[in-house]
Write a protein of this length. Sequence first.
Length: 203
Amino acid sequence: MSSKKGKKDKKQKKEKKSVYILLTRTETVPSRVIHFFKRMPYVHVSIALDEELDELYSFARKKVNNPFRCGFIDEDINSGIFGRDTETRCKVMRLRLTEQQYQDVKASIEVFKSNREKYKYNYLGVLSIYFHLGFSRKYKCFCSEFVDKVLKMSGINLFDKGSARVIPDDFRTCELLETTFEGRLQSYRDYLHSDMLAMDNVE
């Protein structure tokens, strides 16, 4: 086995035992409104199965120009809202898991993927957050509710409250999550690759 292949296998093994929480704040009207009322530095949260954020999921708008058609989506940091709002700020946080926990998270996300047409956005749930309530509905979620629900379905409890009461700022301040990057979202992969290159040079 070449040393290069060995490093690649080592990297893949490491990634299989972590998921990544992406916190963002775009310049959309809903984002600005939520920021104004809640004063959170980040107002949207997504979950990724890999460090590159290639397998990234959340509840958000399905069409860039239609903020009212929302639901479960596969996100891409280079297209959609993220591709349009190129100055989007972000925070990437890592959650270390056992191999079994990682597989459970994948299985939980598959439940949403296989039923994506059933899932809609939980608008009432978002409104209830402002009154410190939690309004849960079977096939409706908002972004932070979805991420927490995926983790709870996998036996991972980060917060001592129901998913419908979890907000993006809860993830930002969670001591069980490790910050790996904070800055401009469009710079994330350049940062990641330069960091990996530096590690290879050291080795």
